[in-house]
Design a protein around this ligand. Sequence first.
Ligand SMILES: [Zn+2]
Length: 551
Amino acid sequence: MRKRLSRRTFILAGLGAGAAAFARWATRPDTVLYNGRILTMSARAREVEALALAGDRVFAIGTSAEMLALADSSTQRVDLGGKRVTPGFNDAHSHPCSSGVALLTQIPLEMDSIEAVKSAIHAKAAATAPGEWVVGFLYDDTKTPRPLDRADLDAAAPDHPVVVQHRGGHTAFVNSRALALVNITQSSPNPPHGEYFRDASGRHNGRVAESAAEAILALAIKPPTREDYRKGAALISKQLASRGVTSACEADGDPAVLQGYQDARDAGELMGRFYTHIDYGALDKMIAAGVHTGFGDEWVRVGAVKLFADGSISERTALLSQPYAGLGDYRGISRASRETLYEQARKAYLAGWQVGTHANGDVAIDTILGVYEQLQREVPRRDPRLRIEHCTLVTPDLVRRIRAAGVIPLPFAGYVFFHGEKMRFYGEERLKHMFAMRDFLDAGIKAAPGSDYTASPAEPMLWLRSEVTRTDANGHVWGANQRITIEEAIRCSTVHGAHASFEEGMKGGLDPGQLADLVVWDQDLLAIDPAGLMSVKPERTMLGGRWVYES
Ligand SMILES: [Zn+2]
């Protein structure tokens, strides 16, 4: 009796509370991954040698001998060769679908010279009918010796309206034809919540921000077709899988984007799981359809309603209490009043939605946190996990309030490293309170970092390097007090990412019953000098028990 029980007891002991049904349908694994160093994130066994998988789930975890003992003649056995395995990463705030669609039609301008940008635009213009828009993306004004300007774009494409989007998504650079098409003259005032920037002599220099950029982009970018969304979602999910990202939060979706992911899933082309925020503009439609946060399945799920409180960190439009360093009294741009945010958040909250509000600066964070606190006072709801997307610059008091309200911050994972050259606009003192991962973790807050791709690369090793070292590409350290350990950083981008989308029961770790989403790495990221993390690559990525990437 004892002997017979031991195997059964062993399997059941490994099952979480939510996995009891799973134990009934699977009686043995169809795959065993053994001889690995598998970081499970499980409270039961932090690291194991082997995983047994059944269908798309983890069946059991343990030693190689224990897992191989569960196999029979039809079980596939995979020798991991001692390699490091982690759960698949979760990019908890990103813009995958729109980036995928942009990759299909726009010019990628991830370049460090103005001449290279100009010649890429010139080449695209030559292949585009005169008068038609030429659109670029992934440009970053601090990666070129000076920012691109209107004269550069006029010279590159004199016969075409041109708009080049900053990779941060809040500003753009346009030529004279583009300004003329939106009827902007020297005497035009700035629109509400936007700006047309000017040079020293007062002439428009071609840089436009927030609502001013949106108006031009609305004219320049043709609405993508259903087919474009499907292809874009499929393309980007494949790229993400190759970097070890198996889940992402789509932070700016709408019904068309949701359909794009769903179409890609139906076509068998989706290589990741997407929690899709819905823009406020589509909320009424979604409510009318009887849908709220959580609708969907483990591939495509409806996320939070997305609101905006201020601008961006990488483009210096975040709303700060103290001026930017070296920019006079400039303190950033507000995107909505408190009244508007309250009204929007209340409508969503009452309809059962999670709310995810973009807020970077301390002023914007204080505002939206106040709205969240008010809503929870007025209509208490169990565990609404209200989100502050980015939540970049905090104070000890804001951290305390975030904790008390059970709010989830979604900080930029890789900014210190990738956007290091922009940190001088914030300064040493302020950086001690930006991307405040140490403060969040010490307060018991489940912060879940994201890339905000295209704003920074969706590249987990870059995130870990940034969070662990707080060092930029030139070796400058910004806010060493916010360093976290490599294992904490992995936990934040796996377990916490799943928690931010209410999916901690099914993914984030490799406990029995959880989805078999994992990455086999070519080096041990837990043992390597963090300065060398960028050389670590996925060897294979598994999604739901199926290999979706092999190097
Ligand atoms: Zn974003």
